[in-house]
Design a protein around this ligand. Structure first.
Ligand code: TTP
Ligand code: MG
Length: 409
């Protein structure tokens, strides 16, 4: 494979930076976004000045106040951040369309084929930073390397306002050698604990295993972990429009035939998919229902049309697909996914709503639902998914728990 050039970009203290841009009096101050000290809530982010006092994202706001009582506390303004994010995405697209946006303030770019035009990947990184600063008024940090992981880690390394190039695997392994194993993509909390228990604490430990078969207990994942630790990461940058899908499925502990329970599960799954779709700021033109029966036979049904991103639309889409099925065998697994993703709702030649004709009344109701969903989304984003459940969701949980199966929110 031709050597790739990947850039990982991440804004510095994003929400705080946007607020500072709009109010220069805040510059250089310990700014904490999320909630006021008198309220319940958590820190969304804070300026680097506030970080010196040990404040960080997801910290309880009361604790942040204890650590930094002279800090300036503010609510976030998602609309403003989404606008800034959109502009940043547009600037990134000036350099390549092979971009995977991971979050409002973060993305990967595969610039392998853009080098001819712009000189070098480092050049692209620097121009990108300059354009973002000039046009959006915030700084970012970029990591430039041969893979997604070897670009991401250096982008965080010298924050803020940094460019860090890791030219090859050797340099990358040097960088992560003494880090905890959790730095490796795919090694989460649980695997870290298991590795620690057998004495593997750092990436170096993983590379110098005492015995060949130490990782046998991890199966194929063991081999994969070693490969990544040695600097190999072949994941491709997948542009959103091509991203296969965002999906969530649930396997039941006992097979289920009760249609009502299944519908409830669909609502929860649609809720999760809708949340993630919104988080990416994306809209979807295809909704898919996946079912596996007790005899392991699987079916999928899809429906395409105008772009949607509300839980309500995703749910009514999969409900239609579900209702059209004859459920003659118990179901083991059920899943919801959305694909054909795009950045905006608008689609020139698509005017018909995906799932039903909307009359005027319905449209107003729709707008209200959307507004409510936006509020719920913001709360979830700020406080975590557990914070608030709609009445329907609660009802669904109840039905499922009556059915003695567990599904996590
Ligand atoms: P991050 O990129 O994780 O953080 P950041 O940009 O504020 O700071 P850094 O310089 O370290 O990159 O997240 C981007 C934005 O997402 C952040 O500004 C606020 C929001 N966010 C939350 O609302 N809650 C969270 O727990 C995190 C991590 C981020
Ligand atoms: Mg950031």
């Amino acid at each position: 494979m031709k050597e790739r050039k990947i850039i990982h970009v991440d804004m510095d203290a994003f929400f705080a930076a946007v607020e500072m841009r709009d109010n220069p009096e805040l510059v250089g101050k310990p700014l904490i976004i999320g909630a006021l000290p008198t309220e319940r809530g958590v820190v969304s982010t804070c300026s680097y000045e506030a970080r010196k006092y040990g404040v960080h994202s997801a910290m309880n706001i009361k604790e942040a106040y204890r650590r930094c009582p002279h800090g300036i506390f503010m609510h976030g303004n998602m609309k403003k951040y989404a606008e800034a994010s959109k502009k940043i995405h547009e600037i990134m697209l000036n350099f390549t369309d092979k971009i995977e946006f991971v979050a409002l303030d973060e993305g990967y770019m595969d610039v392998t084929d853009s080098i001819m035009l712009f000189g070098s990947a480092e050049n692209i990184g620097r121009q990108l930073k300059e354009q973002i600063f000039k046009q959006v008024g915030v700084t970012c940090s970029v990591g430039i390397s041969y893979s997604m992981m070897s670009a991401k880690i250096p982008s965080e390394e010298k924050k803020p306002d940094a460019v860090f190039v890791i030219p090859n695997e050797e340099e990358f392994v040097k960088l992560i050698y003494d880090r905890p194993v959790g730095v490796i993509n795919g090694i989460g909390k649980k695997t870290t604990e298991r590795l620690n228990r057998i004495g593997i604490l750092t990436v170096g430990d993983l590379l110098n295993l005492p015995e060949e078969n130490t990782l046998d207990m991890f199966g194929v994942m063991g081999k994969e972990m070693r490969k990544i630790a040695s600097g190999e990461d072949n994941r491709e940058v997948v542009p959103e429009s091509m991203a296969k899908s965002i999906g969530r499925e649930h396997t039941f502990q006992q097979d289920i035939s009760d249609k009502e329970v299944l519908k409830s599960v669909l609502l929860l799954l649609a809720g999760d998919v809708g949340y993630r779709l919104k988080k990416k700021g994306m809209w979807s033109r295809t909704v898919t229902l996946k079912i596996k029966f007790s005899d392991m036979q699987g079916i999928t049904r899809s429906k395409s049309g105008a772009a949607v991103n509300s839980v309500k639309d995703i749910f009514s889409g999969v409900s239609l697909l579900f209702d059209a099925l004859d459920i003659i065998k118990p179901i083991r697994l059920i899943g919801v996914s959305v694909s054909n993703l795009q950045n905006t709702k608008e689609e020139k030649d698509q005017q018909i709503s995906l799932f039903d004709e909307i009359n005027e009344k319905e449209e107003i109701r729709e707008q209200k639902t959307e507004a409510l969903e936006d509020v719920v989304f913001k709360l979830h984003n700020q406080y975590g998914r557990g914070i608030l459940k709609t009445a329907k969701e609660l009802e669904a949980y109840q039905k499922i728990s009556e059915n003695k199966d567990k599904i996590k929110p």
